[in-house]
Unconditional design. Sequence first.
Length: 199
Amino acid sequence: MNLLSPFFNPKRISIPKIFHSTIDNKPFEECIMCKKGLHSSETHYFIEKAVRKYPNGHTDAIFEYAICMECSLEVRDTLSKDSMQRIDEFFSNKLDLMSRWNNFNEDENFKFNDWISNCIVTGKSVDELEEYQIYAHCEGQYMLFSLMPYIISSEVIEDAYALLSEQTKDELDDFMDKYLGPDPEIKKLLKDHKPVFIF
Ligand SMILES: [Zn+2]
């Protein structure tokens, strides 16, 4: 039996800087929703960052957060089933994360930069992208090479967002308002950047 799988004890490394909190310059410490500490072993959580790149090569996080697995499932549960089904179909038609994982594992390639060098949907190089979102799956103080890490370009996020029902869009807006950006300036920036709970 082959026990290697993205879901069973996958390869792990210390959380790379790119997935640290930009504000604190260190790893995220708590879940954005339930405030649970994230560094004890066996606590699974996700990190999502929306990144904007400037012509001089500098990058900025438009938003960023860590969310524990329980809370992310809870949010997913509150979103309409139809919307989530459309999102799942949208992505499953366009990419095969299992094959990607198998290829990296066969090559024993655990250089995280290679995992986040291209949009997983369009294949475009991150160097060509001005805006994109990056995702990581972590456990305690480690980042896992599960189906993540990956990046998705903003154009794809917009296409996915367009598939959501109005009700789901409202719910995601509420999530953004509550947790990510009460500041009107930030809100303006957030307009085109939505968390999409595709984990
Ligand atoms: Zn939580």
